[in-house]
Design a protein around this ligand. Structure first.
Ligand code: FAD
Length: 289
């Protein structure tokens, strides 16, 4: 973990672009609540294959102009170089200076995979097209990507993104901090030393957490799964237990030198804010890199 301690901490919240007017209004309220703790940036997801293209642009520009730097996610599957270049230009013209660059997952039945196959090609393309204008974040997988041929290959593939020009990374969420510590140690041995910020998923709903975790390859430790199962429909107990577990994990991560936290908010303010407050993250602690 030594390499991570040199980086200043930064804290961010992720949203998805709302579909309806009601969703937009709700996100505005959530944005205002989260803006109060003054995060370093917000980010907005991008449906692979461009399925949320216009909504992502609209949400990003709307949030960005309200004063907190906002980073669009951008995935390359299903897209052409020309389409991606056009998006980069729109973001640059509107003062956006950070992008989360991803491969994405092609929804089944959506046809060809596009002109770029992996995120390292997207990172290289962004550098070629926009030079050093954007601060580029990439995805990292402490529990390894579900499609990786093996753990070693996955680490090397992560290193390719850094070689292509990524500045920092955000991890897939995890509930085993040891997987993150081990991942960082392996990167250090490969000589890869960019900030790798843990992605944090607050626990609010058991069944959707299980579904989502199975899909993205995040392991829910047995003791957490069993305890959540025991609460059944008792949402208040699930949230209370979830808040305690995630707060403790975040404390452990920050104490060990993690360079900040990135919260997957699912467009809800309260779960992330509670954890933030429990951690007592102060202005002094967070300085953006
Ligand atoms: P890559 O880094 O390209 O890796 C994908 C797989 O290919 C891995 O198994 C890797 O080992 C392998 N690989 C990589 N490069 C090579 C290579 N050169 N040769 C051979 N194999 C290779 N998805 C969305 O659709 N929209 C979002 O907004 C979104 N946001 C995300 C934010 C974060 C922080 C994270 C962690 C994930 C996000 N995802 C999002 C999910 C992500 O798109 C998927 O996990 C996807 O399957 C992989 O994307 P990647 O950028 O990690 O891909």
């Amino acid at each position: 973990m030594q390499s991570q301690k040199q980086f200043k901490r930064r804290f961010s919240f992720e949203f998805f672009p709302p579909k309806t007017d009601q969703g937009k209004e709700k996100l505005q309220v959530v944005r205002n609540q989260l803006a109060e703790v003054n995060p370093d940036f917000f980010s907005v997801t991008f449906g692979a294959g461009g399925s949320t293209r216009d909504r992502t642009i609209e949400t990003v520009l709307n949030l960005h102009k309200q004063g907190i730097s906002t980073a669009p996610h951008l995935s390359c599957v299903g897209g052409t170089r020309a389409e991606i270049a056009e998006l980069l230009d729109v973001y640059k013209e509107n003062g956006i200076n950070r992008i989360v660059a991803l491969r994405g997952d092609m929804p089944s039945g959506m046809g060809a995979s596009g002109e770029m196959r992996y995120a390292n090609e997207l990172v290289a393309f962004i550098r070629e097209h926009s030079g050093d204008h954007f601060n580029l974040e990439v995805a990292a997988y402490p529990e390894f990507h579900p499609q990786a041929r093996n753990a070693e290959e996955d680490l090397k593939n992560f290193a390719r993104k850094v070689e292509a020009g990524a500045n920092s990374a955000i991890t897939q969420y995890f509930f085993n901090p040891e997987s993150y510590f081990y991942f960082i140690d392996r990167l250090e041995k490969l000589g890869v030393t960019i900030p790798v910020v843990p992605g944090i998923m607050p626990i609010v709903n058991f069944s959707s957490l299980v579904r989502f975790s199975d899909m993205c390859g995040a392991e829910i430790p047995r003791w957490i799964r069993k305890q959540l199962e025991a609460y059944g429909d008792d949402t208040a107990s699930i949230r209370k237990f979830g808040e305690e577990v995630i707060t403790e994990m975040c404390e452990k991560l920050l104490k060990a030198g993690a360079p900040g936290l990135h919260f997957y908010t699912l467009n809800q303010a309260e779960p992330s804010i509670s954890i933030w407050k429990n951690l007592g993250i102060s202005e002094r602690e967070k300085i953006a890199f």
